[in-house]
Every structure is written in structure tokens, then in C-alpha cells.
Design a protein around this ligand. Structure first.
Ligand code: NAP
Length: 494
């Protein structure tokens, strides 16, 4: 079905309703918000196979992957709901007054409160987990904010079905009108109108660098700038340290051929850059990786736009001076399939050419051959911010190369040892975000319940009497949440 783009006037009505809903919903208890999120999870499950089949048709993603992604989305909604109720994210703190101090110390109590309506833009490669009822939406509801989702044009029907499930849950939980709106817009003006609307108070985005940076700029150019939390592309560098590489070149090659081509390379955590020190072990690795890639079958990518961007960006990378093709899949590529490809270049070539740092979204990776450890460190220091970085290393490799460890720590949000970056566990300790340009705000991440904090701000209540304070800050602590009371973390009442 063709959905009409929303006009600026329609967006204004949507935002007015969201603003109205905000003033009701922000007063809802943590338990009410959690119940709403859990009800959305149930409705998503109730969408049954039809939702999976619709997503398969729209995205070319296989059934098992989509079932897994829906289960993950349901888990996100339920686990963020539990986190919402536990209230740790509220960072409630109380410093009781000392009236007879000179000058008297006032009673001060602080907690996080919701920002207001949040506009969410999802990515094409995660039609459930980073889209309509995905992590950003769940976090915003937990924080106490209404949500307006801009449907991704690459999976509008899927988005529409999920939106309906959210609205059914909203009705069952007696949420205010305007708590959630699904907006269509296949042109950028719709996105712009949403971001610059005065009632929009934050934006959550998952997608490309160009899209995220544009929304971020619009958010900052407003009369009242707002936070735009954009999770963007990344090349997720992998460092092959000498001792580990010498002992396991073949195993690493096989492991990485799988990671590079997982989901046809369409993950923001795809390892697009592999760095080693030239020598026999690295040559063995390149050879074995090439062999494994030759045997990997090409598969359908998400949509024709992603395929042409892959071909264009890969072609551009391969055309750079002193970049050499190592291997491509031996199977002929059919229309809309992504051809697994490995390239290589020297450390100096990489250092001289910023094009080689650009994300090629698809089953492609480049192996950089450094002449020695100082050059590997130089390469690490030259890298832009990344969602993840990986060390394939022994303990000796790590203890003997502190400068490299520190350089890599400085550029990434998640630092992996002897594993692959693809696969992002949903849990509180996960960090999915990194220094710019991986994300627009490296202090936050979009996976795990800590993401709720993105859509809230602190407010301190000074000198308020107990009965007038929000329940979260009252002496009795009837909610039983963790609070820092006079610098001690406790659940006790005062
Ligand atoms: P995308 O093209 O940036 O699209 C994401 C959403 O933003 C779409 O709704 C899109 O609308 C909108 N958008 C993009 N550019 C815009 C602009 N200039 N103005 C207004 N709206 C704009 O991303 P994608 O192709 O869906 O996803 C692939 C990219 O996402 C890759 O780079 C991948 O690495 C990244 N990604 C990152 C993460 C992460 O967690 N960091 C996760 C998954 C994917 P239109 O479709 O109408 O353009």
C-alpha cells in the first residue's frame, strides 16, 4: 500500500497531541509505564506469523533472523519495563538539610524527569529491534515521553503493523491520545519538520552517518536546541596482535569470514577493517580469509538502494591507489545480492587516505598490513570514533602493548577480546555507542536500559516539604527504589 507523506500541517497536529499527552503521561507511575511497555510486547507477539512474513517480503531478511529479532524486541520491551519500575535510572539522590549549619544547608533532592515528545527514526536493517517498537521507543516510554515514529520507507508495512500493535496496547492501558503516532514520509522534509517542531524535545536515530548528522544539525540549529541521539555507522576495527596471530591465523580467518558476511554484512557492528603486522602469519590469515570468502554464497541485501550503495562504496574503496582486491565470492552475484569481498592495503596507504576509513555497508572488509607495531599504533591513533574495537590477542600481546591498548580504548564504546563485534547483547552493561562519528553523544548508548536516561533530565527540589515531593523522593520511599541518601546508596526510608 502507498502511504501519503505527512504534510507540515498534519505534523503540527501530531505534535500538539503528543505535547498534550506528555503532560498526562509524565505523571504516570513507573508501574503504569512498565505495564504499557509489557502490553506492547504482548501485542507484538499477537501479530503472529503475519508480521514475520510481511517483514520477510519487505526486507529480504530470512525468517529465523526475523523471529529472533522480534523475540529480542519483546525482550527489550520487557526488560526495559522492569528497569523502569526498579527506578535505578532515575538516579534519585537526597541531601538532607542542616538548618543549624552556618549558613544553613538546605534540603536538596534530585531525580530524572522526562524531556517531552521524542521523535524516533529507525534503521532499514533492523525492522523490529531498532525501528517502530525498538529500543529508542521503549526507552522513551520508560522515561515518561510520548513517541512519534517516522516509518522507514524500506519497511512501511511492517512498521504500520507494529504501530497498530502499539496503539492497541495504548488503548488497553488507557494511555492518553497522542502517546504514540506513526508518521509516514519518504522525503526528508517530513523528518526535518518533525525535528524542528517546537514540541519535539529529543530525537532517537539509528542509521547512516549522513542521515544522523543531518538530523543532529537540524536539532542544534533550532531556536531551542534539542538532543539528537544518533547511532550511526562504524567500521569496527579488529587488531590482530602478533602472538595470537602466529598461533591462530587460520581460526581467526574462518571466524572473521563468518562475521564479515553475517546478515550479508548489513550490521553496524560489521568488522570492516582488520589490522595486522605484515609477515608470514598475516599472509596466512589473508590467504585463509580470502579462501573462506570465495566459498561464501552471496545473498539478497535489504533493498535495491542498499545494494547500489554497497556497489558504489566498495568500488570507490577498491579504486583507491595501492588498494588490492584479495578475494570475492566465487558464486556469480544475482540482482540485489551483495558479493562478499576482501581487499588489502599497507599501513601507510591507510594513513594517507581517509576514504579507507569510510563505512562500506555490506559484506566487505579491508586488511591493513602495518610494517611494525609503531605503525599499528599510528593507525589506531588515526581512527575516528567507533561503536566497537576488537583485539585478537594473547595476554602477553596485551601486557606488552599498552600504548596500543590505550589508543584503542580512546576511540571505542565497546572493547572486545578474542571474539567478533557482530552480535550485541541486550543488558545493562552493554555500551552501544561510541565517540563521534559512531554516535552524536558518546556518553550514552542505544542498547540496554541505561538508554532510558537519554530522554530524561535532572531536576533538583530545594526545600520542598515531604508531602509535596514526588513519591520517588519522599522520605518513606514507598516505591522501594535505590537512592543516594547523604552520599550512601540505600533503599531505606529516611
Ligand atoms: P538511513 O538511510 O540513514 O535511514 C534511517 C532513517 O533516517 C530513515 O527513516 C531515513 O528516511 C531517515 N533519514 C536518513 N537521512 C535523512 C535525512 N538527511 N533527512 C531526514 N531523514 C533522513 O539508514 P539505513 O539505510 O536505514 O541503515 C543503514 C545504516 O545504518 C548503516 O550505515 C548502518 O551502519 C547504520 N546502522 C547503525 C546502527 C547503530 O546502532 N549504530 C544500527 C543499524 C544500522 P528515508 O529512508 O526517507 O531516507
Amino acid at each position: 500500500m502507498n502511504y501519503k507523506d505527512f504534510s507540515v500541517e498534519e505534523i503540527d497536529i501530531v505534535m500538539q497531541q503528543a505535547w498534550h499527552a506528555f503532560h498526562i503521561y509524565r505523571k504516570f507511575s513507573l508501574t503504569q509505564r512498565a505495564a504499557f511497555m509489557k502490553a506492547i510486547a504482548i501485542e507484538l507477539e499477537n501479530c503472529g506469523d503475519t508480521l514475520i512474513h510481511t517483514a520477510m517480503q519487505e526486507t529480504n531478511l530470512p525468517e529465523a533472523r526475523l523471529r529472533g529479532e522480534r523475540a529480542r524486541t519483546i525482550f527489550q520491551l520487557n526488560s526495559y519495563a522492569e528497569a523502569c519500575e526498579k527506578g535505578i535510572w532515575l538516579a534519585a539522590s537526597i541531601d538532607t538539610g542542616i538548618p543549624d549549619k552556618t549558613p544553613p544547608k538546605p534540603d536538596i533532592r534530585k531525580m530524572l524527569v522526562p524531556l517531552g515528545p521524542v521523535v524516533v527514526f529507525g534503521a532499514s536493517n533492523f525492522p523490529f529491534a531498532y525501528s517502530t517498537a525498538g529500543g529508542d521507543t521503549a526507552c522513551a516510554f520508560a522515561a515518561g515521553c510520548p513517541v512519534i515514529v517516522k516509518a522507514h520507507p524500506a519497511h512501511v508495512e511492517t512498521s504500520e503493523m507494529v504501530a497498530k500493535a502499539i496503539l492497541v496496547a495504548a488503548e488497553k492501558c488507557q494511555m492518553p491520545k497522542g502517546i504514540f503516532t506513526h508518521v509516514h514520509g519518504a522525503n526528508f522534509e517530513v523528518g526535518k519538520a518533525l525535528v524542528i517542531h517546537p514540541y519535539t524535545k529529543a530525537v532517537g536515530f539509528t542509521g547512516s552517518y549522513s542521515g544522523g548528522k543531518q538530523l543532529f544539525d537540524w536539532g542544534n540549529q533550532r531556536k531551542e536546541p534539542i538532543p539528537v541521539f544518533a547511532e550511526m555507522g562504524s567500521i569496527n576495527p579488529v587488531f590482530l596482535l602478533p602472538e595470537k596471530l602466529k598461533s591462530s591465523a587460520n581460526d581467526i580467518a574462518v571466524l572473521y569470514a563468518g562475521s564479515i558476511t553475517l546478515g550479508v554484512g548489513q550490521f553496524c557492528t560489521n568488522p570492516g577493517l582488520i589490522i595486522g603486522i605484515d609477515g608470514d602469519a598475516l599472509q596466512t590469515f589473508i590467504h585463509d580469509l580470502g579462501k573462506a570468502i570465495q566459498k561464501t554464497e552471496p545473498a539478497l541485501m535489504l533493498h535495491s538502494g542498499i545494494v547500489s550503495a554497497y556497489k558504489k562504496n566498495k568500488g570507490h574503496a577498491l579504486l583507491q591507489e595501492d588498494v588490492h582486491l584479495v578475494a570475492e565470492s566465487e558464486t556469480m552475484v544475482e540482482e540485489n545480492q551483495g558479493l562478499p569481498t576482501i581487499a588489502t592495503a599497507s599501513g601507510q596507504t591507510f594513513l594517507n587516505n581517509p576514504v579507507l576509513q569510510q563505512e562500506v555497508f555490506g559484506p566487505y572488509s579491508i586488511v591493513i598490513r602495518c610494517k611494525d607495531m609503531p605503525e599499528m599504533i599510528e593507525v589506531a591513533k588515526s581512527l575516528e570514533g567507533q561503536l566497537s574495537s576488537t583485539f585478537m590477542a594473547t595476554e602477553n600481546d596485551i601486557t606488552e602493548n599498552d600504548e596500543l591498548v590505550e589508543a584503542v580504548k580512546n576511540i571505542c564504546g565497546r572493547f572486545i577480546l578474542n571474539n567478533v563485534p557482530t552480535g550485541v547483547e541486550v543488558c545493562l552493561s552493554m555500551q552501544h555507542g561510541g565517540p563521534f562519528p559512531a554516535s552524536t553523544d558518546s556518553r550514552f548508548g542505544s542498547v540496554g536500559a541505561d538508554g532510558i536516561k537519554r530522554f530524561a533530565r535532572p531536576i533538583a527540589f530545594q526545600n520542598w516539604s515531604n508531602n509535596l515531593l514526588p513519591d520517588e523522593l519522599k522520605n518513606e520511599n514507598t516505591l522501594g527504589i535505590w537512592r543516594t541518601v547523604n552520599n550512601e546508596l540505600t533503599k531505606e526510608a529516611l
